[in-house]
Each structure stands twice: as structure tokens, then as C-alpha cells.
Design a protein around this ligand. Structure first.
Ligand code: G1P
Length: 287
């Protein structure tokens, strides 16, 4: 399946990072010198995505500005002869075709994806969750797209999550096909300990067929009174083949303080100008 479109839901309020997220969208918090959302868009583009729809909500306009031209800054950089910075700032506005739709009521991830139906039409599409920033040699979304292409099926990105944390995610019943690929038999969102089917949970990446809309349209509210994408996937995998791809790479939940700090340190250590300095600085702390 050729996947050229991606949906990035960014409507959530970011209450786990208050007060930082009172006026700044959580996706715009910087991981060193780039906002988290930029890493996600770059992963999508590196995976072959050309068109991106962001599902936004009130107060998220700075995300739109980040992927637009910035005439005042550009003028300044031009006048100062800072050609590299100018090219870098300008390239953000052309990184992909990015459009925005507002989710007027926050009714859950399943409802956010439902808002993308006119954008994706009948085509298969990717979903990248705005909080889940990846650090991987092969872009995580590309790993999913390759598997989905090979088997002509939808695919979800999973990793092993310990018993103490699986209830914060979802749990999948799967059957191994080959190496890191599994057939999805059923899924449950935010399982209670006795409902856990395996320690595989979806971590922020999906490739879906338009069949998802047939199930989302009639889905009752699930966990937390919200329309859950996982509930839709549970219905979809009974109708069509769905893969779970145990992806290589590290995922950071940048929507909470610990995940945000881990990502900041990781990307800081990888930063071409600050990495070496940060390594020495952390060593000098002698914790
Ligand atoms: C969402 C999904 C859940 C998934 C998680 C991590 O949960 O509903 O299935 O495991 O993202 O990607 P949330 O973090 O919004 O509670």
C-alpha cells in the first residue's frame, strides 16, 4: 500500500505539563532547538509522506505559524547575511503540504481521526501521535509503511511495556507471523490487570485503511467517555488483516515530565553543537 498522507492529532490540552502548556501548545515545547512537533513532521517526511493534516483545537495557532513563512525574521536574517539560518527557517514552510482542521470538541482520539475522513478519502494513511517523539535509525513510520506495503494491510507500531505501565496504554492479542511482525487479533484500551492480553502496546504510530471510518462512524464512547481509536481498531481487525510491527527505536512520551526530560537529554546528547558539551557537563555533576 502506498502511503502518502499522514494525520497528526494535536488537539489535546497537555494538562500533564501545566503551567508550561497554559498558553504554549504542548507540541510546541522545545526539545533543544526544535519544537517536538517538528521531529514528528520530519519523521513523516523521511518516511515518504507528502501531505499532512493536523487536527488542532483552539489555542494551537502557533503550530500553524511554525510551518509558515516568517517575513520579519527572514528579512533580519537576510540583512545580516545569515544564509544558512534563512534557508533553515524558510524550508520549514515547504517541508510538506500541511493543512489544518479543528476538532471543535475534544471527544477522543477516534473522533480526531474521524475528522480526517475528507482529507484521506479512500487512501490508506498514517497517523502519528503528537506526543510520541521517536529516536530511530530507520524512521519508525517507515518501518510500519514497509510492513503494510509487503502485506497489503494496516499496521500499528508496538513495543513491550512492563506490567506496571501497560494500563496507561492499550494491550494487543497477537500471533507471530515472522521476526518482528504479528497479526493483530484483538485490542483493548487502558486494560485493567486482568484484561491484559500481552505486554505489547501501540506507541503512537499507525498505518490505516479507510475501513477505519466505517467502524469509527458507529462507535460508542469507550474508556474515559471518549471515542477511542483502539476500539475502532478492535473492530477493524475482525474485518481486515492488521499487523503489529515491533519497531526498532526509542519512543519518548513528551507529554509528561519524565518523558520530556529523557527526550531533551537524548536529543541534547545528539546535538552537533551542544552534544559533547552536555556529555561533559553531565559527567561533571558526579551524581
Ligand atoms: C493513546 C492511545 C493508546 C496508546 C497511547 C500511546 O493514549 O489511545 O492506545 O497506547 O496513546 O501512543 P493516550 O496517551 O492518549 O492516553
Amino acid at each position: 500500500m502506498k502511503v502518502k498522507k499522514a494525520v497528526i492529532p494535536v488537539a489535546g490540552l497537555g494538562t500533564r505539563m501545566l503551567p508550561a502548556t497554559k498558553v504554549v501548545p504542548k507540541e510546541m515545547l522545545p526539545l533543544i532547538d526544535k519544537p517536538g512537533i517538528q521531529y514528528i513532521v520530519e519523521e513523516a517526511v523521511a518516511s515518504g509522506i507528502e501531505d499532512i493534516l493536523m487536527i488542532t483545537s483552539r489555542g494551537k495557532w502557533t503550530i500553524e505559524d511554525h510551518f509558515d513563512y516568517a517575513p520579519e525574521i527572514e528579512e533580519k536574517l537576510k540583512a545580516a547575511g545569515k544564509e544558512d539560518e534563512l534557508a533553515m527557517i524558510r524550508s520549514l514552510a515547504n517541508i510538506a503540504n500541511i493543512t489544518f482542521v479543528r476538532q471543535k470538541e475534544l471527544k477522543g482520539l477516534g473522533h480526531a481521526i474521524w475528522c480526517a475522513r475528507r482529507f484521506t478519502g479512500d487512501e490508506p494513511f498514517a497517523v502519528l501521535l503528537g506526543d510520541d517523539v521517536m529516536c530511530a535509525e530507520i524512521p519508525v513510520l517507515k518501518q510500519l509503511i514497509d510492513a503494510s506495503d509487503k502485506f497489503g494491510a494496516s499496521a500499528v507500531g508496538v513495543q513491550y511495556v512492563g506490567n506496571e505501565d501497560i494500563g496507561k496504554y492499550c494491550s494487543l492479542d497477537v500471533e507471530n507471523i515472522e521476526n518482528n511482525l504479528y497479526l493483530v487479533k484483538s485490542l483493548i484500551e487502558k486494560p485493567e490487570p486482568e484484561q491484559v492480553m500481552s505486554n505489547f502496546a501501540i506507541l503512537g504510530r499507525y498505518v490505516l485503511t479507510s475501513g477505519i471510518y466505517d467502524v469509527l462512524g458507529n462507535l460508542p464512547p469507550g474508556y474515559g467517555g471518549e471515542i477511542q481509536l483502539t476500539d475502532g481498531l478492535n473492530k477493524l481487525c475482525a474485518r481486515e488483516k492488521m499487523l503489529a510491527v515491533e519497531f526498532s527505536g526509542k519512543r519518548y512520551d513528551t507529554g509528561n515530565i519524565k518523558g520530556y526530560l529523557e527526550a531533551t537529554i537524548q536529543f541534547g546528547l545528539m546535538h552537533p553543537e551542544a552534544g559533547e558539551w552536555l556529555r561533559d557537563y553531565l559527567k561533571s555533576l558526579k551524581l
